[in-house]
Design a protein around this ligand. Structure first.
Ligand SMILES: Cc1cc2nc3c(=O)[nH]c(=O)nc-3n(C[C@H](O)[C@H](O)[C@H](O)COP(=O)(O)O)c2cc1C
Length: 218
């Protein structure tokens, strides 16, 4: 068993990294990390995730262009004006992953529990079934499953001195990224994790005091 204090140091020293050295990421390390990440808890142990590793510079640039185009489109809408300089910063940073030597594309698969199957069979006619269905959608198990793996991936890569940022933002170019990578229709692109040796040491982003986020029911 590893020492809890060392585990704490590892967890607390991880930062989201958005600037990378121009140095390739060893494939062996990526494979080791992704294999260990597949031990994350996941719904029904169906492991409905896929991790595609993109190191092809041209593809990374094309994904970046697709994300940037969507950012520019949304930033041009009159509704964006009220957000002032925040929009300006977003325009500069939404495609920062272009500077990474590798990107992990996280794909989410379908997951159907016994509850889902019963609800599906019952159909939309029963309002109680509809309500339960909407709760299940809110906390979709398939999304929770890939999130568990993403947490592991970012942490384990940090163990090897590699920087990452867990990015949900690129989903704005879902259609374009799926087309670029030939993602089969039964899979959904949900997250992009740029990986590389850090070229920055970001400030620690403090967490809320624990008393603010927990509650006991004794
Ligand atoms: C679900 C999720 C989505 C995120 N999406 C983005 C993103 O699109 N772009 C980005 O720059 N950071 C993204 N982040 C990173 C967060 O901004 C970051 O984790 C948070 O500010 C805390 O900083 P830290 O990771 O350095 O502790 C995301 C994180 C999570 C968990």
């Amino acid at each position: 068993m590893i020492n809890f204090a060392e585990l704490g140091d590892l967890v607390k020293s991880r930062r989201s990294i958005r600037k990378f050295q121009d140095k390739p990421v060893p494939e062996g390390t990526l494979l080791k990390v992704l294999e260990l990440a597949t031990w994350a808890p996941n719904s029904g142990n169906q492991q409905s995730w896929r991790f595609w590793i993109v190191t092809n510079k041209d593809l990374i640039q094309k994904m970046g262009e697709a994300v940037k185009a969507k950012t520019e489109l949304m930033a041009s809408w009159p509704e964006a004006k009220q957000f002032g300089e925040t929009v300006g910063r977003w325009r500069k940073t939404s495609d920062f992953f272009r500077g990474a030597p590798a990107c992990i594309i996280v794909l989410m698969g379908k997951y159907s529990s016994i509850a889902d199957q019963i609800l599906h069979a019952r159909g939309e006619k029963d309002p109680v079934a509809r309500e339960i269905h909407s709760y299940r959608d809110t906390g979709a198990s398939c999304l929770q499953t890939v999130a568990a793996a993403c947490t592991y991936i970012c942490l384990f890569l940090h163990y090897f001195g590699l920087g990452t940022t867990w990015m949900a933002g690129p989903i704005q170019a879902k259609k374009e990224i799926e087309a670029l990578l030939n993602v089969p229709p039964e899979w959904d692109f949900v997250d992009l994790i740029p990986v590389g040796y850090p070229a920055e040491t970001p400030e620690l982003r403090p967490r809320k005091p624990i008393q603010e986020v927990i509650r006991f029911f004794r």
